[in-house]
Write a protein that binds this ligand. Sequence first.
Ligand code: AMP
Ligand code: MN
Ligand code: MN
Length: 337
Amino acid sequence: MVPVSIAEAEWAAAVRTVRELAPGGRVLLVCHVNPDGDALGSMLGFALGLRRLGVRDLQATFPGPFEIPDPFTGLPGLDLLVPEAEAYPDPDLMVVFDVASESRLGGLVDRLDTAGAAVVLDHHASNTRFGGVHLVDATAAATSVVAEELLDRLDVPLDAEIAECLYVALATDTGSFRFDMTTPRVHEMAARLIATGLRPGDISRRIFDSRPFGAMKLFADVLGRAQLDPTAAGGHGMVWTYATLEDLVRHEQRPYVLDALIDPVRCVAEVDVSVVVKQLGDGEWAVSLRSKGAVDVSGVAVALGGGGHRLAAGFTGYGTPGDVVVAVREELDRHLI
Ligand code: AMP
Ligand code: MN
Ligand code: MN
């Protein structure tokens, strides 16, 4: 299990490692495959901070298809992003963001061995403690909370660009400051970020409240086939639906639009657990799990080869959507809180 907070010795090791290796070396920043707002925002915010420190040889990347979801194409620091294939093969320093386990590093996992040192910033309870220096705090609402503190300890002042990246990350992982993780510490950090001159209304509209017309029509199809399973999870109930690659083609949409689908599904009042099964390839599905508090879905996801947080988790499933949901249903009863 991840300790409740980061030990001083670990902070000291991270600061020492960055100060020693970053200024004259090649620095590779990596976040998880299929990056979300926290992955990209914490990575790019930290990248801009390193740039302010005078670090010149700096790349940010993530494994898999080099596709940035539209809501994030306006993020500051995007010029630092390179495709996986162009990432330094043997960086002097690797810094990893929002990655709970090595499998989320895809083809970049080898850099853990080839890099001079690897510092990991994360907030998943399921973090497997890969890498050399572990800045992992399962009580942090987002990886950007850890990134902000490391920048502070490196004496990098916040500016509006760094703040925008960290704010997008914080707003994404707290569901716009609505989830349980939204502590006083989160609002205090948001206050520091907004004080740099951010416009939260503009940012929210861009990252949450904007989607193509075709995506709305796609959501209508996918939500229309949702099924209620009131006896799942020991009677707490489950709702589930699925989206295929054919759905994406029919509505001419990119896969990232499906990431927002879990939101309307998890609002179903009659049940505790919500599941969205999204096709990745032939018989391969990205599965999103949410609970309102009756089930530890992180435990469910870990049992099925994935990871995440107690109330929000995911894994890769195989077979048909029905096969995937049967596997989830079986695990739910083993992870009642
Ligand atoms: P999502 O449903 O994709 O928004 O993901 C919810 C949470 O589960 C996030 O914290 C992810 O990091 C985690 N997660 C999703 N998919 C996986 C996976 N295949 N392996 C490990 N963790 C995952
Ligand atoms: Mn993430
Ligand atoms: Mn996160």
